[in-house]
Design a binder for this molecule. Structure first.
Ligand code: NAP
Length: 315
């Protein structure tokens, strides 16, 4: 099968041929129809999990994908050949990922059935980006009239977070360059903030001198400074970072809650998310559909931005 692999940490991704794997007990083999790119995919290549878990090389890149169950191993009861499924397939310990024609998954892994009406590229775009957005907005516990800033709103997580926050009745401030501001307002953002025109926090403070209720920070990287964003929050507010940039103790001293969110979807949440997307209640922007063979070049492009939605690979 065709697969995009790296042979060591920091290596360039390359298209290669690998044997089609066979499902062991409790596993299923999925023929992927689409895989989606997330920043985490190249962060793993850079060594994000290096000290946490063993990696098996060559390592197939990627987490998110959607496809059809090709065969099942002994003891599998929840899935049958022919089922359409989607989810997170990354398993670095076994060198498994979604940038491939086939991938193995554990029956009790982060995968779920998806409605047949949901296009594979849309399903593949959901598990990490939209699920993180969903879990972040749940964590924020927004109420009608609350004001939330989504910093990094123009990318995959941000576009879904706008929609979930607006559904909660919150007033959504979304960072965006002018080329995508209209699209983000269409998704539910009430105001857009051109972060290249002036510092985001300065612009928000000028408009909301009394403070806002929540910040979802998708931009600040680990070790980065969230002070200016935290300074926007009213007492009792919450700052959620998807990049482990929040310092909960320091934030608690300012009477705000800091949460570092790592997405961790349950099967029920995956099923619910797919249903929302199939019903048109969650809109996903597919920025580019790229043949799997071109994934190495697409990863290189994505590393340097810009991101205007999801990049999807088609095996
Ligand atoms: N912890 C978790 O479970 C988890 C899950 C998903 C994602 N993440 C992380 O969350 C972040 C966002 O993920 P994503 O999938 O949404 O990435 P993405 O699709 O690449 O989007 C990132 C967006 O941030 C924007 N941006 C960059 N610098 C900015 C700035 N200074 N101010 C405002 N916006 C800025 C970019 O806009 P331009 O393109 O215009 O620069 C881009 O649209 C990534 O770091 C990712 O690794 C973590």
């Amino acid at each position: 099968m065709k697969a995009v692999v790296v042979t060591r940490f920091g290596a360039e991704p390359q298209l290669t041929d690998l044997p089609v794997p066979q499902p062991g007990p409790g596993e299923l083999l999925v023929r992927l129809h689409a895989a989606a790119l997330n920043p985490f995919d190249w962060k793993v290549v850079d060594g994000a999990l290096k000290n946490a878990v063993e990696h098996d090389f060559p390592l197939v890149m990627g987490s998110d994908g959607a496809g059809v169950v090709e065969s099942i191993g002994a003891g599998v009861t929840r899935f049958r050949p022919g089922d359409t499924v989607y989810g997170q397939f990354m398993n670095v310990q076994h060198g498994r990922g979604s940038y491939a024609e086939y991938v193995l998954a554990a029956e009790d892994g982060k995968i779920a059935r998806m409605p047949d009406s949901l296009p594979f590229p849309v399903a593949a775009a959901l598990p990490t980006a939209s699920m993180t957005a969903y879990q972040a907005i749940e964590t924020a516990r927004l109420d009608t009239g609350h004001v939330i800033l989504i910093n990094g709103a123009s990318g995959g997580v941000g576009q879904s977070a706008i929609q979930f926050a607006a559904l909660q009745g919150a007033r959504v401030l979304a960072t965006a360059t002018p080329d995508i501001a209209g699209h983000l307002r269409d998704l539910g953002a009430h105001e857009t903030i051109d972060f290249r025109a002036a510092p985001t926090a300065e612009q928000v403070l000028a408009a909301y001198p009394g403070g806002i209720d929540a910040v979802l920070d998708l931009v600040t990287q680990p070790g980065g400074d969230t002070d200016a964003l935290a300074g926007l929050l009213k007492p009792g507010g919450i700052l959620i970072s998807t990049n482990y940039a929040a310092e909960p103790d320091a934030l608690a001293a300012r009477e705000v809650r800091g949460v570092n969110l790592g997405n961790n979807p349950s099967r029920a949440e995956l099923e619910a998310l797919a249903d929302l997307a199939a019903a048109g209640k969650l809109r996903v922007t597919i920025d580019a559909e790229v043949p799997l063979a071109d994934a190495p070049a697409a990863v290189a492009r994505a590393r340097s931005g810009p991101a205007r939605g999801k990049t999807v690979f088609l095996p």
